[in-house]
Design a protein around this ligand. Sequence first.
Ligand code: DX5
Ligand code: ZN
Length: 224
Amino acid sequence: MAVRITPSILNADLANLASEVGRIPSADFIHVDVMDNHFVPNLTIGLPVVESLRAATTTPLDIHLMIADPDRWAPAFAEVGAESVTFHAEAAHAPVRLARELRSKGARAGIALNPATPVEACATMLGEVDMVLLMTVEPGFGGQRFLDLVLPKIAAVRALVSAADLDVWIQVDGGVGRDTIERCAEAGADTFVAGSAVYRSDDPDATVRELSALGEAAFARCKH
Ligand code: DX5
Ligand code: ZN
C-alpha cells in the first residue's frame, strides 16, 4: 500500500501560495491549516484563500480545521471543492452529522484528535470517516517537537481500523520529518503531514519524495 505525503503550507511563503504549491508536485495532497484563535492560539487563513488555492492547483486539498464550531464552518470548505475536510473531535458538537454532511458534499471526512485526547473519542466514528488525524504536537504552530507519547495511540487506532476491516487513513501531523516518519509508519500511520521539514528544505519536492520512500518502507516493514 502506498503511503501519502500531505505537506503543510503553514511554513510556505503565504504571499506566493500558487508558486509555493507548484514547488511540491510530488505531494499527494496540500495540507491547509485553518486556525481561528479560539480553538487554538493562532490565526491563519480561511475559506477565501482555500477557494483561490483550489483554482491554482490540481493537487487535492486536505483542509485541517483547528476552529471552534466546525459544524457551522466545515461544510463550506467541501462546497468550494476541497477533497478532504478534517474537523477536531474536541470542537464538533454533532460529529456524526457533520461527517455525513461533508461526505454528502463530495469531500472525504476526517476527524482529528489532540495529543491528550484518548482514541475513544474517534472509536465510534470510524465507520463514518475517511481519515483519523492524530496530532503529534499541540495544534497551533508549525516547527514544534514531535510528541512520542502519541505513538501508542497510532497503534491503537490502526488496530481498531484493521479489526473493523475499514479503509480509514491514519494521518499524523506535527514534527513529522526524516527523524520521526518511520516511527509513525511502523506504528500504523499511512498519511503524513510535514510542514517545516518540507518548506524549510532546499529542495521541497525532493524532501517529499524522500519522506514518501522512508514512510513506505517503514509501513511495509510492519504487519498492520
Ligand atoms: C500545527 C499544524 C501542522 C503544522 C505542521 O498545528 O496542524 O499542520 O503546520 O508543521 P510541522 O511539520 O512543522 O510540525
Ligand atoms: Zn495541520
